[in-house]
Design a binder for this molecule. Sequence first.
Ligand SMILES: [Zn+2]
Length: 290
Amino acid sequence: MGSAALLLYLMAASARVELSPDLAEWKREIEAAASRPILLARVYTDPEGKELLLPPDAPERPAIAALLHQESFVRQLVDAHALSVTVESPRPLSMVLLNMAREREWRQQEEALLAHELGHLWLEARGFGAPRMLGGFACEAIHAGDMVQHVLIRRELRARGIAYIPLWVRTLEPALAELKRSPAPPAGCRAIGRLALWVDVLAGLTEDQWPARAEFLEKLAATSPELAPQAAGIARRVTAADLDDIAVYRAVLRDVLETVLALARAAAPGVPSGVSAGGHRLPPGVPATQ
Ligand SMILES: [Zn+2]
């Protein structure tokens, strides 16, 4: 038994995820629409934070383990509370993986977290896919997709009576604390992550829902003024557009992706200009959403 396996044995950790009846029903609907199963699993990290651990009771363990051997996927997962992804091999599957290393940040809100990830797969199943980005810009593609998809996901969660605000605010509080502590603007794709965060708060959260909203937006504007026009422009676009119309959805997604890539190009020349957006499945190992 290797050290990781031994650790799991000692922890008696389980990969199993229990869904509420409502979410289980929604999952079945998505699986039927997409004609592929959705696997749910908890992924742990060893105490030193060096190794991801997948318990032996994970469903279709080899398929999930294959993803966890891909560096680009792992990099996204350790930064996220959860990820959803669709792969075509060894067979068409979607997966929702929970990052247990950050469990204390979402433990009280697991239902909202799972519902959010199902929301991404629900959109994909209906043809409202995340951008496809080959060639090393998965991070930019994910954030561009999130800025558009989150508008539709939030609306669907509201319609399903899922309280998503508490989890969201819980993740924004440390983000605000971090902004106060370290005013330096982030570099690389973390700058795009900041833009996505900014757009989400502008487009999806009111002062009543989070009293610190205005302070948060002020701090963003003060620390990343170069992103302010894009944040305001994208928030306006995703709020005003009829995203239920798939042609509109794809056009907005393409524009947001172009905006994001223009920022990435300005920061690091050499980013490809050709992109395709909407209605695609990501290649194996590239996280669809977070
Ligand atoms: Zn998301």
